[in-house]
Design a protein around this ligand. Structure first.
Ligand SMILES: Nc1nc2c(c(=O)[nH]1)N=C([C@H](O)[C@H](O)COP(=O)(O)OP(=O)(O)OP(=O)(O)O)CN2
Ligand SMILES: [Zn+2]
Length: 122
């Protein structure tokens, strides 16, 4: 089994609905994102998949969030833009673009240097 990890980042504003504290107010974060995929079959170049292709898929998903007010952007107009929901959203978005021999393992969203949420699938 092989595992690849790529890192990305985006900056955005959010507010957490029903959060009884300061995070209910509008504020922003520089999220750091970790995407981890796995698979067993290597291609003719002995790659599970090209890091560049995986980064391109990730960055396409992150570009949609970058410098936005997340609460106005689907699905976060309905779901709270917590780091948990951001990780889950990126997991399903990026998974749709993976080649058939590659499986999404996890997406982690670091909200600060010392706090992250990870989505591992159902
Ligand atoms: N499990 C989660 N907990 C919290 C989330 C989250 O997405 N998942 N998000 C927040 C807020 O976004 C909030 O902005 C974080 O604020 P806080 O915890 O106070 O952290 P700070 O960046 O202000 O750093 P300090 O450690 O307090 O200095 C809250 N919880
Ligand atoms: Zn926040």
């Amino acid at each position: 089994m092989y595992e690849l990890t790529v890192l990305g980042k985006f900056a955005a504003a959010h507010s957490l609905r029903n959060f009884k504290g300061k995070c209910e107010d509008l504020h922003g974060h520089n999220w750091k994102i970790e995407v981890v995929v796995t698979g067993t079959e290597l291609d003719k170049a002995d790659l599970l998949m090209d890091f560049g292709d995986l980064k391109a898929l990730m960055n396409q998903a992150l570009d949609r969030l970058d410098h936005k007010y997340l609460n106005e952007l689907p699905p976060f107009d309905q779901l709270n833009p917590s780091s948990e929901q951001i990780a889950k959203h990126l997991f399903s978005t990026i998974a749709q673009g993976l080649p058939s021999q590659v499986t999404m393992k996890s997406v982690s969203a670091w909200e600060s240097d010392n706090a992250k949420a990870t989505y591992l699938g159902e």
